[in-house]
Write a protein that binds this ligand. Structure first.
Ligand SMILES: Cc1cc2nc3c(=O)[nH]c(=O)nc-3n(C[C@H](O)[C@H](O)[C@H](O)COP(=O)(O)OP(=O)(O)OC[C@H]3O[C@@H](n4cnc5c(N)ncnc54)[C@H](O)[C@@H]3O)c2cc1C
Length: 465
């Protein structure tokens, strides 16, 4: 079977279209180096027709396909498990931006284009492509759609689901669904594109998309504030929103232990003199006078005793430094060791209470382990990690109990254990505890209807029956 599929794909995809297993080691481990897999080789199509042909070849030979974009996903969904003969299908050579329509504020692009390239293309058209996060230079449009990625601008512009107007998808049997209609209104039956968004490559391969651009804000200002106490978080968020109707575009929580780590690693000057347990990085985007609104808001927050100290970036370099503090928290989040990691969400007004409850549970189950959290708290989204620098063995022994307890707390707070990174291989079994059986059954039926042979991304997202 293996030589057959390799020869057939190499013949069909031409020079550069097929890489043997020995040449793709970097693609078989995920960004965090948590998941490693194996594949027969990597197919590298350049067009939708080539993707469709590759899928037909694999389906005919009973070979599974794992789709990969930039391999920046944080739940292992782009790494084949190796349980079945699998071809890795990379969209890396499909990176053409096909059309930018400034009048309609849309971009049409192939799925392998990066988020950063879309952002730059939008700015060139005096528009904004809003999705933005630390992996922008590698993460692809297709991967972002398949995980419904979000990032720092979700608060104002929504996640990928809100950006996608139309999709083209190669189905599990190799047929192509052209759903690229980019109509603001189209109530002609099921909105099928929504099934593929956050589908993690399990029911189709996204090959092209039409996405929305927004007006480019004429001004944006970023501030960094040291919180007097985590208990003030909610009040500060409410204050920020009331001082900037519609203009609060980011509201991020940063912990001192993470800030100290990034400051040390990159030699950045601390933004404020006050050292607090928690900081907030927030941004107003809109018209020119938003800077005044931000200053007024911060001075009100200081007078009310919500913040100890705050600074507003005056230059682009200062602003970039503030965002570096946030961008690098993901990469430094395990402090080079083992971590029990979460990308969870709870209702935004319950963040502080959740953190208190979860931290108490950590101390009870694994005394001395360190709860560490940061994230898009304006969306209720926390990247919560339990660490034990220098003593991975104890934490690894406690990990099962910690996961069971924290999962339960998240659900007791009406939250989710996957806010924006998807389920992948990491959470697919645990999600069964979050969703009602009827919901799991509907998900399985969708999978069976669209991929009856289980060709696409086996072992990802869906818990076994
Ligand atoms: C430093 C860093 C910071 C991050 N910050 C954020 C953040 O703030 N917010 C956030 O939401 N995410 C964040 N992420 C994770 C984010 O989910 C990924 O960056 C992105 O969504 C995945 O894009 P990718 O092209 O790398 O996909 P991959 O990692 O290659 O794949 C991810 C999943 O999508 C599937 N897939 C990929 N391409 C396709 C396709 N064309 N069709 C169908 N399925 C496909 C894969 O099979 C896999 O299941 C961060 C990641 C990193 C490394």
């Amino acid at each position: 079977m293996s030589p057959g599929v390799a020869t057939a794909l190499a013949d069909r995809l031409g020079p550069g279209g097929w890489l043997p297993a020995g040449d793709i080691a970097a693609h078989l481990t995920d960004f965090r180096k948590v998941f490693t897999g194996s594949a027969l080789g990597m197919a590298r199509p350049t067009s939708t027709d080539e993707v469709a042909a590759a899928v037909r070849i694999c389906a005919d030979l009973g070979v599974a396909i794992t789709t990969q974009g930039g391999n920046t996903g944080l739940s292992g969904g782009a790494i084949p498990s190796g349980d079945r003969p699998t071809v890795l299908l990379s969209l890396a050579r499909m990176h053409t931006i096909e059309a930018v329509n400034a009048a309609r504020s849309t971009i049409t692009a192939q799925a392998g284009v990066t988020i950063e390239a879309l952002q730059q293309e939008a700015v060139a058209a005096d528009r904004l492509f809003a999705p933005d996060w630390g992996a922008r230079g590698s993460a692809t449009l297709g991967g972002a759609i398949a995980t419904n990625a979000g990032g720092i601008n979700v608060l104002r512009y929504g996640n990928m689901r809100e950006q996608v107007l139309g999709l083209e998808v190669v189905l599990a049997d190799g047929r192509i669904w052209d759903g690229l209609r980019a109509l603001p209104k189209d109530n002609s039956g099921f909105d099928l594109k929504q099934l593929f968004i956050a589908g993690e490559g399990t029911i189709g391969i996204v090959t092209r998309a039409v996405v929305r651009m927004h007006s480019l804000p004429t001004a944006h200002r970023t501030a960094f504030a040291a919180l007097r106490s985590l208990a003030n978080l909610d009040e500060l968020f409410a204050l920020a929103r009331s001082h900037s109707p519609g203009a609060l575009s980011a509201f991020e929580l940063l912990p001192e232990i993470g800030v100290a780590q990034v400051v040390g690693r990159y030699g950045i000057i601390r933004p404020v003199a006050a050292v607090a347990d928690w900081y907030v990085l927030l941004r107003f985007s809109g018209a020119d006078r938003i800077g005044d609104n931000l200053l007024t808001m911060l001075s009100t927050a200081t007078d009310a005793g919500l913040v100890l100290d705050a600074v507003v970036a005056e230059t682009t370099a200062q602003e970039d430094n503030l965002w570096l503090l946030r961008d690098e928290l993901t990469a430094t989040r395990s402090f080079g060791g083992f971590g029990v990691k979460y990308d969870l969400a709870v209702p935004p007004d319950r963040i502080a209470a959740f953190l208190r409850t979860a931290s108490d549970a950590v101390e009870h189950i694994s005394p001395g382990s360190l709860p560490y959290a940061f994230g898009h708290v304006g969306d209720g989204n926390l990247h919560f990690t339990v660490l034990r620098p220098g003593d991975d063995a104890t934490l690894e022994a406690d990990a099962g109990d910690l996961r069971a307890a924290i999962d339960r707390i998240v659900w007791d707070f009406d939250g989710t254990i996957s806010a924006e990174h998807g389920l992948g291989r990491e959470l697919r079994d645990r999600i069964a505890g979050q969703k009602p059986e009827v919901e799991l059954e509907l998900m399985r039926r969708v999978k069976r209807a669209l991929d009856p042979e289980g060709t696409l991304n086996p072992g990802v997202m869906l818990p076994d029956d």
